[in-house]
Design a protein around this ligand. Sequence first.
Ligand code: SF4
Length: 425
Amino acid sequence: MSSLSNFAGSDRLMKSFNVPVHYRSSLVSAIKQKRKAADKLKKDFTPTILEIGNLQVILARHFGFCYGVENAIEISFRAVAENPGKRIFLLGEMIHNPGVNADLLAMGVKFIMDTSGNMLMDWNELTADDIVIIPAFGTTLELEAKLRSLGIEPTKYETTCPFVEKVWNRAEKIGKDGYTIVVHGKPNHEETRATFSHSKANTPTVVVKDIKQTERLAMYITGHVPAEEFYTEFKGQYSEGFDVTLDLKRVGVVNQTTMLASETQGIADYLKQVMISHYNLTDSSISEHFADTRDTLCYATNDNQSAVQGMLETPADIAIVIGGYNSSNTSHLVELCEEKLPTYFIKDEHCLLSPNTIRHFDLHSYTEKETENFIPDAQPLRVMITSGASCPDALVERVIERLAEITGNEAPIEAIAESWSTAAQ
Ligand code: SF4
């Protein structure tokens, strides 16, 4: 673990953050800085190509720590530095990266809940003297009230990402205009639970996890299934007092910031069409039943998904996606890659067990498994690499090094740093 004074600045356009240097990578920083300087308006989504002997690494244009994650890391490490001797708690995982969470645990920070919201300790164990950090996903109004009732001010070290707060503001505005909010998100994800809580404070709210569930919701909008079935089918996903016969007449969609862009678009377009045909709407009357707004994906989700789309235009043999297995934004990058080529979702370089074997997470069975002979017999071997918004660049560098090692292409990082070009060149 680096000392707290060992920090390096971020290169984000919006704001610089102090993040421990052991999360940074000289290789990745150099590439990102040069690419950013050459593409200030972020219009180029072609990947970076690293030539390492017979290994060609095809690196996505955008990946890794986003604004909200760097902000959360800076605040959390500051909370530790500013409060020696005090007990420090995180409401839940600060971000979905096991390495970063392990670093916080190693500094003595404790988790109050797991990622599903189950308590890991008793509320009564907290005192007004304790520090509680709110994670980047934000939290529910109910949990904020709970902390205040214990004499703990939740905003003191709050790391809620401003892009999540933007979704809450959008939901509030649409709600105040008389629409019910449909939240496209994973119902158990911390961010969706927080957005649901903030939204239902203003207006009836229901969560849909995918297009299939949206199609079921549409059946209640059109009255094709008995209203009372809604309460069983959407159990735990609607606000108290939700009246399915009244509250689905005017709807607006917001989403978890890390969903798949195409899926959210599909859901909003689908609900709009349902309203148009059910109420016989014209262009000028759509707004009577549907709040036509853009999705609430954050910039990092958009950039990273667009960069994967750009990367996938370059021929490759396999893809490796790095991130926490419970990371929503990372899992969508995996889904995009899986459509095109064999894809391995790994959490760190140790998953590259040998030249023959990779340990990786299977999104379909939700299990970690080992695959033999994952490296195809290709010359050169072309491997796409990207990572989620909560994955440190240092981890990406270590994966590249390990991949070079197991494929017999070991090279010093300085040499790799000089070997890159862009797919557009
Ligand atoms: S992925 Fe987006 S919403 Fe989530 S923390 Fe990063 S910038 Fe914020």
